[in-house]
Design a protein around this ligand. Sequence first.
Ligand code: HEC
Ligand code: HEC
Length: 384
Amino acid sequence: MSRKITYHSVRASLGIPLIVILLLSSCKKEAPAPSPYQPTPYQIEIPFGFPTNLNIPADNPMTVEGIELGRYLFYDGRISGRTHPDSLMSCGTCHLQANAFECGIDHPTYTGGFPYGITGKPTPHVMLPMINLIWNHTGYLWNGAVLNIEDLVWMGVVAEHEMNSDTNRAKEVIQQIPGYPELFQKAFGSETVTMKNIGRAIAQFIRTFISANSKFDRYLHGEVQLSPSEISGFILFTTEEGADCFHCHGGYGNPLFTTHLFYNNGKDSLFTGPYEDPRDRYHVTGDPMDYGAYKATTLRNIAVTGPYMHDGRFATLDEVIEFYSHHLVWSPYINPLMHHITNGGVQLTPSEKADLKAFIATLHDEEFLTNPAFGPPEKFPDEK
Ligand code: HEC
Ligand code: HEC
């Protein structure tokens, strides 16, 4: 698809610098026509107390135009390389904002919290939320196998248990949709749709998903008081003799509520042979101490992301707390931070369990779940 750059549009977008360019080009006769590619840098506002080291690849700086394009693509089912209304699938088909970008346990289609791809094949593990991923430096997915969000995009397009498509089809379909080529030009300086730039745009959009306005955040800012039960739960969460959750899930000077690291948290005793999961951390590192280890996910918005653990074995937070309290299972691979293994768990009393749950509920961030900027666009580029 060719694109005409008129003198008028160049002048309009470049303004005064055009004079400079004209002066320069008068010295160098064959200079190429200046491109109107001028994306607007997007400044991430780092919330108070959050880490300052962000995971933004050097070759994909965040721009207003990139994020806008990424939002369309994230929600456009034609990214699956299909156009028939019955066969569309987008990232947003499974990743629902109201469930912190998981499908959730109550979704009418994805009963039980296991989503399935366009072929009806279920995903091997349950979902992960997309919360504060711009602070994740240790790899994505339950086992950390993928190092950047950009790559997860084409992987989602081709995976049999997701869109079951191919990247050529995806980019050809997007290229043909009126409006998209211009958006790619604005975001990346070329109207040609590439899978690389589709990945870049969606990754930029996902990096804007910041949760920093839960009740607990407002408590840290001195804006609200926690109830006595919530405070007791916070103390349990962050003490070794209490519920001992903080080593892996943060909370003490770590507002992300995850270390983004991988642990075996004592759910099973056997991990090899027929019990082996080809998608645990061991299969990324080859270190036997990583058998049965998975990402310790963030506990922000945890109430809406059930079922829990990589295999969705627990349906409710009560079951999770019951597990950490009384049902830990020893194996040689259990992480040494599971300090209470000899007692089978942290042995919380019923009122302590209620306090712990009340504290975890203060990590619920309604603004994150409803912020229209993270939701679907009102219209797609060809509907304008
Ligand atoms: C069929 C449902 C489905 C679709 C469609 C889908 N995903 Fe996912 N996504 C999942 C599941 C399940 C996981 C967890 C996979 C795992 O670790 O085993 C996941 C994980 C992720 C993660 C990792 C989060 C983390 O904390 O590590 C990102 C990022 C992601 N998906 C982005 C996307 C993007 C971008 C698209 C669109 C191109 C997409 N997904 C389409 C189901 C889906
Ligand atoms: C040794 C590190 C460690 C400790 C200590 C720990 N966890 Fe976890 N937690 C994990 C890991 C790893 C996972 C994911 C395991 C999996 O998917 O199989 C997890 C998963 C969870 C989940 C489910 C997350 C999801 O998205 O499905 C919840 C809820 C949770 N932990 C709460 C707690 C609470 C509450 C405590 C304290 C009583 C605690 N954890 C202590 C490592 C830990």
